[in-house]
Design a protein around this ligand. Structure first.
Ligand SMILES: Cc1ncc(C[n+]2csc(CCOP(=O)(O)OP(=O)(O)O)c2C)c(N)n1
Length: 672
């Protein structure tokens, strides 16, 4: 950091502060305080360390930057604007938080080129950054060769008091320490203020530095983060120099720095300063109070030096990659495929096929399928929250991930479901990797905030769940999901797949691997289910349409259509056969995925579910939502209560998920 020209540093930082105040003022909403207070650390990081190139925002070996307190987006947009990102020109700053703008209230991945992660729900970004750092290590291990280093970047994140209060950041930091993720560097904007007031009322006893030291991080301290740019720079250098641990730089700052009446208080946190206060602030910062959204040419010229460093790094990397490509053409081809998410031609060549009689839990079928795919798709990696042996989500011979070199394809997340899910998001943001994560279905509730972000950021994360119903049995109601299917189906852009049998499980994996527009939840059983005889019943390819006619009565006209998912499909088939002897003819529709089915042409939907006859739905979960498919004339066999600790088949039977109950519902609607 140049000590000779402090004035230009100050001018750059104050320009960022004024832009933050102007953006919130113009929008009449937003959070100016953090953008103003964290401007020095943002400036020093972007100017002296971050290797990025606004002309090529997605070059693979760029450093990653995550602004975990997304409410401080004024800082991110200011930095992007001064660096020359075409998506963040001056008009975009003026359109902050407006309909269709590239500068939404909180940073949104894929909306604004150069934004690496959707942040806003506090804590998520902290875990995303850990995922990015894991991805970097994994790709480094897979692709780097002696004298041919093509992956070696840092992941930087700014965190706030709010981020550090959220449990997810603790889970993620603990893992980052465990994995020695030395290329992860966090800057903590420690301003002792949150939304409602000073942290003395919420966060004063905890010693964050000691906590991070205990996690195995290097902890550095900057006492005056408002003015001591050299200290911030020195800390960043020390962080980069530590090759054995992640680093946390605690930077003491003043929220709303520069505002005479609001700095240091939550008054500057989440509301515009007010026109007069903005003017007073600019005056205090030595800027012209009359002009808004003003950037001196020398600021742009100075910022271009930081950008030039990143551009040079990118150009140099491209040269390195060109020579890598010559020496390792096959690896380079793999690299391209991994980044494009392009599946090799034979990726599905060895998928298992299960014969009738090979009854097994769908979790087992899932594990076999995962392994068949993993053998062909090396960028499929993931892990579990300490129950991979139960969810059958381990890649055999894949090794356990360790972060020093990045070897191993199985990430042992430990009992940290929330961080696991957000870390997988970070890996997906990073690129070059297709991540999966896994746990018992009932614990999806511990992952929901991260799944929601994955859905809205369109991240292709695979969520593998087992133990999907009351049939979990003896572990009891805490472990028996009932409302989880309905609650996941509620979330826009989450595809839920609950396969009926082992072969539908294979097909579900085949579908999921080819889908990259958002998270897919694969929901499997703990208990054995029969392999459906496809000679007798319809082909499994019907899964690709979300729902399909599995069985029709011999004559073709049904008295009732039964719709079932997962393990209940075999109950529906039993009812179909048994009721035939009573003269009631039943069509069975297997509906592994609502979301895929509802996207089919109406003609197909009407063919599978014609307006007549009436319908019955059966699923071992709450009936909520099934009205949509069965209509007013239909019936739903579901479970609108929590389960019981007892053998699984008994719980299912006694709570109504049995053939007799289903047959009775069918008779009822047939006669109505
Ligand atoms: C999970 C979550 N809970 C609550 C909020 C609402 N919220 C936004 S900012 C904030 C307080 C943030 O304080 P801090 O992180 O220290 O930011 P600063 O005051 O420094 O801007 C809260 C509670 C949120 N964005 N995410």
């Amino acid at each position: 950091m140049s000590r000779q020209h402090p004035a230009i540093h100050e001018l750059c930082v104050n320009t960022l502060r004024a832009l933050a105040a102007d953006m919130a003022q113009r929008a009449n909403s937003g959070h100016p305080g953090m953008g103003m207070g964290a401007a020095p650390m943002g400036y020093v990081l972007w100017q002296n360390h971050l290797r990025h190139d606004p002309q090529s925002p997605t070059w693979p070996n760029r450093d990653r930057f995550v602004l975990s307190p997304g409410h401080g987006s004024t800082l991110q947009y200011g930095l992007m604007h001064l660096s020359g990102y075409s998506d963040v020109c001056l008009d975009d700053l003026k359109n902050f938080r407006q309909w269709g703008s590239k500068t939404p209230g909180h940073p949104e991945f894929a909306r604004t080129s150069g934004v690496e992660a959707t942040t806003g729900p506090l804590g998520q970004g902290a875990a995303n950054a850990v995922g990015m750092a894991i991805a970097e290590r994994m790709l480094a291990h897979r692709f780097n060769r002696p004298n041919h280093i093509i992956v070696d970047h840092f992941t930087y994140a700014i965190l706030s008091d709010g981020d550090l209060m959220e449990g997810i950041s603790a889970e993620a930091a603990s893992l980052a320490g465990q994995f020695n993720l030395a290329k992860l560097i966090c800057l903590y904007d420690s301003n002792d203020v949150t939304l409602d007031g000073p942290t003395s009322i919420t966060f004063s006893l905890e010693d964050v530095s000691k906590r991070y030291e205990a996690y195995g991080w290097q902890v550095l301290y900057v006492g005056d983060g408002d003015k001591d740019f050299v200290a911030i720079d020195n800390a960043l250098q020390a962080a980069r120099a530590d090759t054995s641990r992640p680093s946390m730089i605690v930077v003491k700052t003043t929220i709303g720095y520069g505002s005479p009446n609001k700095q240091g208080s939550n008054a500057s946190h989440g509301a515009p300063l007010g026109e007069e206060e903005v003017a007073r602030t600019k005056k205090a910062l030595g800027l012209d109070p009359e002009v808004h959204f003003h950037v001196e040419n020398e600021v742009l010229a100075h910022f271009s030096k930081g950008v030039e460093r990143g551009r040079a790094a990118r150009v140099q990397w491209e040269k390195r990659f060109a020579s890598y490509e010559k020496v390792f053409p096959e690896l380079a081809e793999h690299w391209r495929k991994a980044w494009d998410g392009e599946l090799t031609q034979n990726w599905a060549a060895d998928l298992p096929v299960f014969k009738p009689g090979e009854d097994q839990p769908t979790r087992n079928a899932s594990g076999k399928t995962l392994n068949a795919i993993a053998a062909k798709v090396p960028w499929l990696v993931g892990g579990d929250a300490d129950i991979g042996s139960s969810t059958k989500s381990q890649i055999k011979d894949g090794g356990s991930f360790e972060g020093v070199h990045g070897s191993g394809r199985n990430i042992h997340f430990g009992v940290r479901e929330h961080a696991m899910s957000a870390i997988a998001n970070g890996m997906a943001y990073h690129g070059g990797i297709r991540p999966f994560v896994s746990t018992f279905f009932t614990f999806v509730d511990y992952m929901r905030p991260a799944i929601r972000v994955a859905a809205l950021a369109h991240l292709p994360v695979l969520l593998i769940f087992s133990h999907d119903s009351l049939a979990v049995g003896e572990d009891g109601p805490t472990h028996q999901p009932v409302e989880q299917l309905a609650s996941l189906r509620l979330m826009p852009n989450v595809v839920v797949l609950r396969p009926a049998d082992p072969n539908e499980t294979v097909e579900a994996w085949r579908w999921a691997m080819q889908y990259t527009d958002g998270p897919v939840a694969l929901v499997t059983t703990r208990q054995k289910v029969p392999v459906i005889d496809r000679k007798k019943y319809a082909n499994v390819e019907g899964l690709n349409r979300g729902a399909y006619v599995l069985a029709d009565p011999p004559g073709g006209t049904a008295d009732v259509v039964v719709i079932a998912t997962g393990s209940e499909v075999s109950l529906a088939l039993a009812a179909h056969e048994q009721l035939a002897t009573e003269g009631i003819s039943v069509r069975v529709v297997s509906m592994p995925s609502w979301e895929i089915f509802e996207k089919q042409p109406q003609s197909y939907i009407d063919k599978v579910l014609p307006p007549q006859p009436p319908r019955v739905a059966v699923e071992a979960g709450v009936s909520f939502g099934w009205e949509r498919w069965v209509g007013n004339a239909g019936k739903i066999v579901g479970v609108n209560r929590y389960g019981v600790s007892a053998p699984g088949h008994e719980v299912m039977h006694k709570l109504g998920i049995n053939v007799d109950n289903l047959k009775q519902a069918i008779r009822d609607v047939a006669r109505a």
